[in-house]
Design a binder for this molecule. Structure first.
Ligand SMILES: Cc1cc2nc3c(=O)[nH]c(=O)nc-3n(C[C@H](O)[C@H](O)[C@H](O)COP(=O)(O)OP(=O)(O)OC[C@H]3O[C@@H](n4cnc5c(N)ncnc54)[C@H](O)[C@@H]3O)c2cc1C
Length: 386
C-alpha cells in the first residue's frame, strides 16, 4: 500500500470530541481528515449520552471548557440555523444530608471564582426550583441556571455538517489499525483500507482510546465502564432543571434526570461498583434500582411509564478527568480521550482548545487547563462531581 493522500491533521474518531474538534480545526483553515470505523457520525458513546450540558464542575479546567461549550450549544441555532434542541433548564444538586451540603457549599467557592453562575438555595427556596421534590429531610441544594441540555444526535450531526462545509473530510466504515511513524514522530495512519499522511494525529477514539494510544506504544489509563439510561412517556411539563442526587446508596453512587422539553423524563444512574468492560446489553437490575431512587426524590414520578432503556460506555480515567495533551514519546501524536461521563458537554470547548494546540496558539488559561488534563499527571485526585 502507498500513502495516497496528505492532510494537516488526522482525527481518529467522529464522536462527541472528534466531530467538534474537526469543525474547529477546519475553521482555522487546516486540512482535516476524520476516520471512524462506524458507518456514520456519533455512533460510539455519543449517541448513548442523555444530553446533559453543564459547566457545574469541581475544577477550573472543566468549568472553563464547558462554559465555552455552553456558549456554542446555546447560540448554535441563532448562528447556523439548525435546531440541536438546546434547552436552558439549569442543573440542580440536592442535599438531604450534611455531607452533601458541605461538599456542594465547598465547591461553590471554586465554581464562583471560575465564573460559574450558581447559588445555594435553602429548603424553602429549593422547593420553588423543584416544586415536587420530597420535602422530608431536604436541606437545600444548588442551582446553576445557565446549564441545560441538547440532543447528542442532532448536535454531533450539526458539528459534522459544519466541519464538512468548512472542508473537513470524513471517512466512515474505516478502522485505523496502526500509525505511520519515523524518527520518533508520527507521519500518518494506516487503516483497513489504505494509508493517509499527516504530521498530526489526534486520538479521539473514546472508549477505544487506549487501543489507539497503544498503536503509538502508549499505555494510558482509559477503561470503559458501562452506564444505563432510560426515557419515559411524555407528560405535561413539571420539572425545569436537571436533578442530580450525589448520595451514595448500596448499588449506586449517584443518579440524575431531567424532563425534555417535549415531556419525556430521561434518566441515568452511576452503578457502584463500576461495571467494567464493553458489554452494552441492557440489564434487569438498572430500572428497579433507579426507579426507587427517583420516586423517593420526586414521589409523583411513580405514575410514569418507561418507554425504553439503553446502555453505553463511559471512557473512564482513574481520577475522573479527561486525558488531553501531546504525547512526549511520539511527536505529533495528541491524546483527547478519557471523557468519562462528560464528553458531550466538553466536546465543542475542547475542540477549540485542540485547534489552538495544533496551531501553537494556546494562552495562559489553556495552559492551566492542560495541566489538569495532562497525560503525565499522577492520577491521584478524585473528581467530586463525576
Ligand atoms: C448512559 C450514558 C449517559 C451519558 N450522558 C452524558 C451527558 O448527559 N452529558 C455528557 O456530556 N456525556 C454523557 N455521557 C458520556 C458521553 O457519552 C461520553 O463521554 C462521550 O460520548 C465520549 O466522547 P468521545 O468522542 O471520547 O467518544 P465517542 O463518542 O465514543 O467517539 C469515539 C469514536 O471513535 C471511533 N473509533 C474507535 N476506535 C477507532 C478506530 N480504531 N478507528 C476508527 N474509529 C475508531 C468510534 O467508532 C467512535 O465513533 C453519557 C454516556 C452514557 C453511556
Amino acid at each position: 500500500m502507498t500513502t495516497t493522500r496528505s492532510f494537516d491533521v488526522i482525527v481518529v474518531g467522529a464522536g462527541s470530541v472528534g466531530a467538534p474538534a474537526a469543525m474547529a480545526l477546519a475553521e482555522s483553515g487546516l486540512k482535516v481528515l476524520v476516520l471512524d470505523r462506524a458507518p456514520s457520525v456519533g455512533q460510539g458513546s455519543n449517541k448513548r449520552a442523555i444530553g446533559g450540558l453543564r459547566a457545574t464542575h469541581s475544577d477550573p479546567a472543566k468549568i472553563r471548557l464547558c462554559l465555552r461549550s455552553l456558549e456554542i450549544f446555546s447560540t448554535w441555532k441563532a448562528r447556523y440555523g439548525n435546531d440541536i434542541e438546546w434547552y436552558k433548564g439549569g442543573y440542580s444538586y440536592v442535599a438531604y444530608r450534611p455531607e452533601e451540603e458541605r461538599t456542594l457549599k465547598e465547591l461553590l467557592v471554586i465554581q464562583k471564582a471560575s465564573g460559574l453562575n450558581i447559588d445555594w438555595h435553602d429548603a424553602a427556596s429549593f422547593r420553588r426550583v423543584i416544586p415536587d421534590i420530597n420535602p422530608e429531610g431536604l436541606i437545600g441544594g444548588t442551582l446553576s441556571p445557565d446549564d441545560g441540555h441538547a440532543s447528542p444526535l442532532l448536535a454531533v450531526h450539526a458539528f459534522y455538517s459544519r466541519a464538512k462545509a468548512l472542508g473537513a473530510q470524513f471517512r466512515f466504515a474505516e478502522t485505523v489499525t496502526g500509525l505511520l511513524t519515523s524518527g520518533g514522530r508520527v507521519n500518518g495512519v494506516r487503516t483497513d483500507k489504505g494509508e493517509y499522511a499527516a504530521p498530526v494525529v489526534i486520538d479521539a477514539a473514546g472508549p477505544w482510546g487506549a487501543e489507539v494510544a497503544a498503536m503509538a506504544g502508549l499505555d494510558i489509563p482509559v477503561r470503559p465502564d458501562s452506564h444505563e439510561a432510560a426515557v419515559t412517556e411524555a407528560v405535561a411539563r413539571f420539572l425545569e432543571p436537571m436533578v442530580v442526587d450525589i448520595r451514595p446508596v448500596a448499588g449506586s453512587a449517584n443518579f440524575y434526570f431531567y424532563q425534555h422539553h417535549t415531556g419525556q423524563v430521561i434518566f441515568c444512574i452511576t452503578p457502584d461498583p463500576s461495571i467494567w468492560g464493553m458489554d452494552v446489553r441492557e440489564t434487569s437490575s438498572f430500572l428497579p434500582m433507579v426507579a426507587s431512587r427517583m420516586v423517593g426524590l420526586i414521589p409523583r414520578l411513580r405514575n410514569l411509564r418507561v418507554r425504553r432503556t439503553w446502555r453505553g460506555l463511559y471512557p473512564m480515567t482513574p481520577d475522573g478527568f479527561p486525558i488531553v495533551g501531546w504525547a512526549r514519546e511520539l511527536e505529533g501524536f495528541m491524546l483527547a480521550v478519557g471523557m468519562c461521563g462528560q464528553g458531550f458537554m466538553l466536546g465543542p470547548g475542547l475542540g477549540e482548545l485542540i485547534s489552538r494546540m495544533v496551531q501553537g496558539s494556546t494562552d495562559e488559561g489553556d495552559r492551566e487547563t492542560l495541566t489538569y488534563l495532562s497525560p503525565y499527571r499522577e492520577f491521584k485526585g478524585q473528581e467530586k462531581l463525576k
